[in-house]
Ligand binder design. Sequence first.
Ligand code: GAP
Length: 511
Amino acid sequence: MAKNEDNLKDIVSHAKEYGFIFPSSEIYDGLSATYDYGQMGVELKNNIKEYWWKSMVQLHENIVGIDAAIFMHPDTWKASGHVDAFNDPLIDNKDSKKRYRADVLIEEHIEKIQQKIDKEVKKGEKRFGENFDKEQFLATNPNVLRNKKKIEDIEKRMKETLDAGDLEGVYNLIMDLGIACPVSGSKNWTEVRQFNLMFATELGSVSGESAKIYLRPETAQGIFVNFLNVQKTSRLKVPFGIAQIGKAFRNEIIARQFIFRMREFEQMEMQFFVRPGEEMKWYEHWKEKRIKWHKKLGLGEDLYRFHDHIKLAHYANAACDIEFKFPMGFKELEGIHSRTDFDLKQHEKLSGKKLQYFDSELNKNYTPYVIETSIGLDRMFLAVLSASLKTETLENGTQRTVLSIPPALAPYKVAVMPLTKKDGLPEKAREIMNDLKYAFNCQYDEKDSPGKRYRRQDAIGTPYSVMVDHQTLEDNTVTIRDRDTMQQERIKIENLKEMISKKVSMEEFLK
Ligand code: GAP
């Protein structure tokens, strides 16, 4: 099995063993691509939400939040284009009976060519050492240039065929590239077909076309239909943003890779309304802001990259992804889209209601343009988990599993432990815990040896463990152990809160 698949398997089993993520309705053998967050998972998830919400809403005077309903009037989805155009081009391999997204097969083929270029660069680095000029190498090396040209040609054909809805063209491209099924290795493909990703259900007791409603496939539309409600009641002036965190549903055909691609997931989206013509300036602004937000977590600068969209969604005039290096390779974590005035104009058309803004500085009405930042909460969770899960070999040759989650996101901030279960130590530990628990999510732990307890806290990512021993009873000091360095320090109980807070509080982190 490939190393990356091993890594993902490790993450899945760690997440289950320690109460982060369980397969949904597992006692009935689960439901594919649906997961439940356990007692640890919900804490981490809430902390990620808090990091996003505070950064986007609380720290921006011109951004407010809403919480719209999941069900919306069915015309919403006609207006947004989801009824007609929210499709995936699918292709089946006749031998393995596996189904794939045709565009993903082509993108993975492109990635393989890109990897050849990266390999060539590495060879160059080795050969030329300090004198290596990467830019010049990329612009002149014949192998690199040949592969770059290949990528450009494929991307051009892919864009043309997908934009034109030319499914036969997409099929021909797959055949011409000689793409084989990763499972059967054969090139025995069916034709390419379109498949709509929205889940439909019926309103009330009457069935039929008129009662058909959808589970929202994105949270964005709840923001667009409330654009004027929010603008008028908040008196915000363009440019301003509306943010939302909430569930979205997509009938993903190829739902694999754990919580990366689910049928029920959560999005954290922000729509930023700007003057027409200023959208590219704001698009660049949000690209920079969002990548900074990610990198601030300290998971590793080299784990992120931008990827410009080849095929633009029906609403966008520019779009890119922030990709993260998941165990399966670089994949989309967040999308940043310049959505033009498409959505507001479409809702105006279908609802017959004006959705315009009066700009008092310009003394005119217009439909604002929109820059969207859209991140999958579950993917962010997987990013944090996969970058944090480590197995370390210690000086004495033993191994420890540690989740080095950024402290502000950690489910528990501190574990409070009595050295033994007697001599009044549990009572003293409880006293400390009762004081700390109003400030931090704490866990009381008195079972097993201290070493085992430390390992358990490492495995769930608790940044600090406080040990209450006999000396504590004499001088009101405890030892505090740092998850990452494993160093222990003796400090006064009265200084505990301040010391822990410096490292774990969201407030300190955001500052
Ligand atoms: N409103 C724009 C929009 O929904 P998207 O690129 O389709 O754009 C935005 O989705 C983000 O939602 C993605 O970057 C990804 O993080 C997350 N996402 C999309 N589909 C998902 C799925 N099936 N499972 C988990 N997360 C998903």
